[in-house]
Write a protein that binds this ligand. Structure first.
Ligand SMILES: [Zn+2]
Length: 445
C-alpha cells in the first residue's frame, strides 16, 4: 500500500498546471499525474487538496540563519529553518555572516552544528572570503562548491583577492558568489550625509555602486574563467548589466534577486523606516518595474529570500539612528506567499515561471536537481500546497520569532497551507509539526 496520496491538486510543473494527484512512498514521489488518484486510492493517508496548487517545496539558495557570534539568543538554525518550513521552503542554502567559514574545519563544524538544529534539508556556502589564501579543494571536499565574497564592507575583499579567488575556485570546478556594490562610491556617498533619519539610507548606497560592481565582477569572472553568481540584484538596471555577461556566454553567470526588491521602492521608506533597511538599498519605482520585467523575461535566473533575522526591538532603534541596526530583512517565510500574490495573481508571472524561479533553477544552481525542485517519479516528496485566500499580512501569524515583517499590513491572496518534506507533513497554516534535527545536509561537492 502507498503511504500517502495528495489528490485533487493543481500541480505546477515547468510546462504548466495540471489537475491530478501525487502518490508518495518512503519519502519519495511514486507517481504524479491526472490518473494517479484511481490507481493509488487505497493509500494509508489521503489528503484532499481541494484544488489547491501543489508545487515542489521552495529551494532558497540565499539566507542567513546561523551565527552564534552575531545573532541574539533565540535566533539560530532551528528557529530560522522552522520559519522556512512554515513558509513552504523545504531546502535552504545558508551563507556565512560574521563568523568566517573559510577552512575545511570551520565548514565541518558549522555543518555538524546545523545538522542538529535543521528542520529542513540544507546546504552551506563558504565565505566570507577576504583573503584568497584558502584551501579551496579542502572546502569543496566538505560539501560545497560555492564561495562568497564582497566588493563592499563589512567583508570587503580587494580586487586582487577576488580575481585570485575566482581563478582558484574556477579551476576547482566551483562558483563564486559576489555581493556587488563598489565601496568607493558608497564611501563618497556616505561622507556627504549628516542626517540619521531612515530616508537618507538609500542615498548612502547609490544605484551606480551596484552597476559598477556587477560590471567589474563580470569582467573579473571572464578573465579568471570562473562561474559567477551575483547575489541580490536590487535594480532592473543591475539585471541588465549582469545580463550582458550572460549573453556573452564565456562563463556561466547567474543573477539572483529577492522579494523585497520587487515589493518595495525607496518611496516606501517614509512609512516603513528602519524596517526596510537592507543592502543593497531599495531603489526607485522605475527600477522596481524594470526588475519585474527582468524576472519575467529570464534575465534574472532565480529568486532567493536573503533572509536575515533580527528582533523588532533592535530594528526600532533605527527610527532614531538609521546607522545603528544591522541591515537585512526577514523574508523566508513570506517569499512564496508574496510571489504568488504579487506575481502570479497579478499576472506578472506564470505558474511555470514561478516554478523555475524558486524551485527548479535554484535547485540546479545548488546542485540538487531533480532530487529537489521538481515533482517527478523518484524525486524527494517535498511539496507545498498553496490555497487562495485574501488576508492581511501580520507578523503575529508567522512562525518567525523576530516579531516583525516588512510586509506588515499588505493585502495578499495566497496562503501556504500544507508543507510536506520527505513525504511527511512538516507544517500546516504556519504551525510546525516536526522537531529540529530532521533536516539533512546536502553535500554539493
Ligand atoms: Zn546575504
Amino acid at each position: 500500500m502507498t503511504d500517502r496520496l495528495i489528490e485533487n491538486a493543481r500541480i505546477v510543473s515547468a510546462t504548466g498546471v495540471q489537475t491530478g494527484a501525487i502518490a508518495i512512498d518512503d519519502g519519495r514521489i511514486r507517481a504524479v499525474g491526472p490518473d494517479v488518484a484511481s490507481e493509488y486510492g487505497d493509500a494509508a493517508d489521503v489528503i484532499d487538496a481541494d484544488r489547491m496548487v501543489a508545487m515542489p517545496g521552495v529551494v532558497d539558495v540565499h539566507n542567513h540563519m546561523h551565527d552564534s557570534d552575531l545573532f541574539p539568543d533565540g535566533i539560530d538554525f532551528a528557529s530560522e529553518t522552522a520559519s522556512a518550513a512554515a513558509g513552504g521552503v523545504t531546502t535552504v542554502v545558508e551563507l556565512p555572516t560574521q563568523t568566517p567559514i573559510t577552512s575545511p574545519e570551520a565548514f565541518r563544524e558549522k555543518r555538524e552544528e546545523c545538522a542538529d538544529l535543521a528542520h529542513v534539508d540544507f546546504g552551506l556556502v563558504a565565505g566570507n572570503v577576504e583573503d584568497s589564501d584558502l584551501d579551496v579543494d579542502g572546502i569543496i571536499a566538505e560539501g560545497t562548491r560555492d564561495f562568497k565574497t564582497f566588493t563592499a564592507d563589512p567583508y570587503l575583499a580587494s580586487d586582487e583577492t577576488i580575481v585570485s579567488l575566482m581563478e582558484k575556485v574556477g579551476n576547482a570546478g566551483g562558483k563564486v558568489r559576489v555581493h556587488c556594490e563598489t565601496q568607493g562610491i558608497l564611501d563618497h556617498a556616505r561622507a556627504s550625509i549628516d542626517e540619521n533619519t531612515p530616508d537618507v539610507y538609500m542615498d548612502s548606497r547609490p544605484l551606480e555602486a551596484e552597476l559598477d560592481a556587477i560590471s567589474r565582477m563580470g569582467w573579473f569572472a571572464e578573465y579568471a574563467d570562473c562561474p559567477l553568481h551575483v547575489v541580490h540584484v536590487s535594480s532592473g538596471s543591475g539585471a541588465r548589466e549582469g545580463g550582458r555577461f550572460k549573453s556573452r556566454a564565456n562563463v556561466p553567470v547567474t543573477l539572483e534577486t529577492c522579494p523585497h526588491y520587487l515589493a518595495f521602492s525607496k518611496e516606501d521608506v517614509e512609512e516603513k523606516g528602519p524596517f526596510l533597511k537592507v543592502n543593497p538599498s531599495l531603489k526607485s519605482p522605475t527600477e522596481v518595474e524594470r526588475l519585474w520585467e527582468a524576472v519575467r523575461d529570464g534575465t534574472i535566473d532565480l529568486i532567493a529570500s536573503e533572509h536575515f533575522p533580527t528582533y523588532r526591538e533592535d530594528r526600532e532603534r533605527g527610527w532614531e539612528n538609521i546607522w545603528e541596526p544591522y541591515a537585512g530583512l526577514p523574508g523566508i517565510e513570506t517569499m512564496l506567499e508574496f510571489l504568488v500574490s504579487a506575481g502570479v495573481h497579478e499576472d506578472r508571472l506564470s505558474w511555470p515561471r514561478l516554478h523555475e524561479l524558486v524551485c527548479a533553477r535554484p535547485a540546479r544552481e545548488a546542485g540538487v536537481y531533480p532530487q529537489k525542485g521538481s515533482l517527478q517519479e523518484g524525486t524527494d516528496a517535498d511539496i507545498v500546497l498553496v490555497r487562495e485566500e485574501e488576508f492581511e499580512v501580520s507578523a503575529d501569524d508567522l512562525r518567525y520569532v523576530g516579531g516583525w515583517t516588512p510586509y506588515e499590513g499588505q493585502e495578499w491572496s495566497a496562503r501556504v497551507d500544507t508543507v510536506i518534506a520527505d513525504g511527511d507533513v512538516i507544517a500546516r497554516d504556519h504551525e510546525l509539526r516536526v522537531s529540529p534535527g530532521r533536516g539533512e545536509f546536502l553535500s554539493r561537492s
